[in-house]
Structures are given as structure tokens and as C-alpha cells.
Design a protein around this ligand. Sequence first.
Ligand code: ZN
Ligand code: ZN
Length: 217
Amino acid sequence: MENITLTAIEDINLTFQTDLYKYNEILNAGFILHGHICPAMPLGLRAALEALSRLGIPRARNKELHLIVENGPAHAALCFAEGVQLGTSATFGKDMVTRTNEGKSAFTLIDKKTGRSIRVSMNYDFFDNTMKSEFVNKRREGLEPHEIDQRLPKQMIQNMLDTPIDNLLKFDEIKILDFPKINYTFNYYQCTSCQEPVYEPGIRVLDGEYVCINCSK
Ligand SMILES: [Zn+2]
Ligand SMILES: [Zn+2]
């Protein structure tokens, strides 16, 4: 089985391998972040790495990228978006993710510097087969991912890794999107009421005093 070393992640010495059972640092990091072993997170990871590769750009070091994630609300396999964050390093924590709640396992990855973007969505037949799998049936019955025989998700992940990516996902043409420039501030104050540190965008003026949003109510 061929190992895929993606140029996008060589920078930080991570390799994504197509054999689940070989040492696979980025996938393991994903399972640690994610909390359980499931097929949707690794699929998001693979989708993200391919999207980076098609855009010809590396994973984010800081805030160079933005993700528009169409997942949610309240459906199965929200885990997909977790793998997309892991693959791109465009994370919730760095304010690089917008969730549109359109009920699709799909996302657009934007290179903020150039505006070049690619949208990735799910191949319907692959999606349909996955949703009829034993693993998903057990989830439907109410079992949590970690309560299901772990051989099931692991086999699904390996099958997914063995499948050509175009049978799993649809990659749209690269488009230019205008992404608003945001200046992130280092300026902060101490709230005169609760004494907590608060960055400038969270400061309100109440009776001439600088207070946080919560203390301003
Ligand atoms: Zn999951
Ligand atoms: Zn306060």
C-alpha cells in the first residue's frame, strides 16, 4: 500500500498514510482532539489535505486561511468538519471557521491572501453507502461511537483510505472569493468592575468606565 506524503504537511513533519495501522501521526492527533474513532473525521482530514494540494498551498501557520463549513445543525457525521480543521489548521480557536448550518458535509477553503478558494462536497453514492453501513445503523440505534465494536469504524476508515478520492468527494473549480481583512488587536484593558483582562473589541464604556460586555449589562 502506498504512503502519501503531502507537501502541504511536510513543513511540520507530519505524514498522512493510507494504512490506518501504520504510524500515522496526523490521524492520531485527530483522534486525540476528536475523542473517538469514527470515519467522518478522517474523511474530513483527507478532504482538507486534497483541497490544500489542489490550491497548491501549505497548511495554515497562523490565520492565512478561512473555512466556510456547511455542516450542521443537528445531523450525523458533524465530525467531518473536525478533520477539515485538523488538515488545514484553519481552526475554530484561531477564528478561521464559519459554520453555515446548511446540513451538508461540505466546505470551502479560502486562501485569504489571494482569495483563491475551493469548495469540496460529498459524492452522493459514497455518502449513501456510508449512511447504510453497520456502524451508522448502530449510531442510529443510539450507541455512541466508542460503544461500537471498534473494528467497524477502523474497517470503514481503511476502506475510505483505499478508495480513489474522486469516488468519495467532489472538488469544484478554483474560484476567487473576496474575504474581508480583519486586523487582530493586541490592545487590552482591565475591566473596572470584574477586574478581568479584556481585549479592545470586548470593551464597553459605562458611566465613563471601561467595562467588559458582561459587566456592561
Ligand atoms: Zn466522530
Ligand atoms: Zn467585567
